[in-house]
Design a protein around this ligand. Sequence first.
Ligand code: MOS
Length: 739
Amino acid sequence: MASLQMNSPIGRNALDDAGTDAIVGKPLDRVDGRLKVSGGARYAFETQQANTAYGFVVEASIGKGKIRSIDSRAAQKAPGVVLVLTHLNAPEQGTGNHREAHPVLTGPDVTRYGQPVAFVVADSFEQARAAAYLIRIDYDQAPGKYALRDGLKQARIPEQADAPAADSAVGDFKAGYESAPVQLDVTYTTPLQSHAMMEPHATLAMWQGDRLTLHTANQMLNQGREAIAKTLKLPGENVRLVSPFIGGGFGGKLWVNADAILAAIAARQLGRPVKTALTRQQIFHVTTHRSDTIQQIRLGADADGRLLAIGHDVFSGNLPTEQTYEGAALQTRTLYAGANRLTRHRLAPLDIPVASSMRAPGEAVGLMALECAMDELADKLNIDPIELRIRNEPAEDPEKHVPYSSRHLVACLREGAQRFGWQNRNARPGQVRDGRWLVGMGVAAATRGNPLRHSKANVRLGPDGVAIVRMAMTDIGTGTYTILAQIAAEMLGLPMERVRVELGDTSFPEAAGSGGSFGAASSGSALYEACDALREKLAGIAGMDPATARFADGSIASGEQSTRLTDLVGAGVDADGEIIPGRTSKDFSQQSYGAHFAEVGVDEDTGEVRVRRMLGVFTAGRVLNAKTARSQAIGGMVFGVGAALHEEMTLDPRFGYYVNHDLAEYHVPVHADIPAIDAIFLAELDDKSNPLKSKGIGDLGICGAAASVANAVYNACGARIRNYPITLDKLLAKLPAEA
Ligand code: MOS
């Protein structure tokens, strides 16, 4: 086992030596691409098991109150029905916040609209669904608080154990702001959002005695196993999660959802496998969402645009029993210089479904406010928005007072400006026309924290010359299979087709999973260490010095001597690797960076907004695969266009439910909304981050993207819309009169 704790920077290592033949970094096609387009990749709901029964979730149709009675007699007599689970016959379960446990059907209390109140199981999904509509439930309704704006008075300081402190103060914000020659005080709002991933949440649950196997769509299998074990009161080792393919998650599958627990309970009671999937409509209420936010930004600057005071206050909402808050002011603690700083988060208790992580929790909506406020300040000062950002580039992290591990925001801004043709932008809004379109350009900075998490990996080289990589990592569509294969191929001197990566099973070594932009770095580093250990073993068998041995073309060589690896491994040789976060994450401020450039057209009469061009320039350490990295970045930028212009769950404040709970009315960008988008990564190695010298990119693309679009809308037509999304009804009244 090669175990590395990241306590000091990484020196020159095997990946640095690969040179121009390097496999890591190449824009290779996905190794699982053919399986996916040919239907060979089995997702949770597609897993087949004999004698499977199917479950359908029944949702509460009130926002808050109590179940007075449930009449399930008709459902029980309906064709094919084998079980109706309600709180009257569900087992006692372990409890905790939504990250720790997911108890279901625990009693008559209804805490939110869409809470599962029954689970109907039948021989077919259609029978279960038909029977579900026969269940009659009477409720005693209680008054609920649903809209964020109605919960502000009760908002409290959140105490989320695994998140930074809700408040941070440096210097004297009040004095710095009040004495600043130029002041900006603006409030932005962002709406409730839903992950809208492609694959619905689904689970197949099977028991063998008191051992449970779940084929389930889940981003973090080891964490999921713990939560399921806690909920079902089982030892962790009795629970196995299998999730080799996941059709997107964006955070919506980070935690265990009702599908997994309901299927497990029903399968145990019935003594047969139970499968279930949420319908598209159910996903909106039954699973998590991103809270809406109210964000006040106060910037104080001198006449040259140097920030003297930065204030960012954020309200978000969650169930009274949850502490998870939308950390929208967190990046404001590190992005720009300034002596006097105040950032605060408040959490309003609301009686709506659990709010949790959605792609770039914190930055995604925080930068929608901060990076527009910077644009407003630039406008007020008559300074170019890129220049304003450059003038506020910090020499060290302004709150932690430690150096940045690496930071090239200015290079991203400059490179992007040149490539995008920023010099052609007219700083005065409403001046550029193309027929009936008012045309404008906008810029925004991108930044995202770069976390590392504990992970393990195993790699085995067999007598057939094929290396098999195993870990309980997931690939949610990002390209994890591919980059792990590249790392193993590089390290062991094998062609890509001689590496097989097996993921998505808790019987493999524990891994971080996919989330928070920590997936590739954490799993890839564990694999790097495993390969390093295997190299050492192989060199030992070959009688060579591991420090000078070269691995290429399926051979190990040292000096004149060269041996085929297949001649060394006998029945097979394997090694384990492990990465453990350490001091470099405290001694250095670690973020990835970028700059977004957008050009939009605003219809002079209707206010219709069309994105015309977009460019993202990023730095995120070593790029592990230029193609999948670019796809990730572009996907994030598309997500940003949606956040700026389309996405919004509309809450009915009387009843606490989302009116537009389907993809017909919850608008995400479609092809017609997305023009040519390009994303590039500037060369960078971050030796403080991990052995790969990479940084996370899963979230970076969305960070700041929406703000660049909003700033372009302002530049196009002079209308500053501070409540997202920027829909044409909000623009209409503000369009230039002469247009
Ligand atoms: Mo991401 S919100 O951590 O899946």
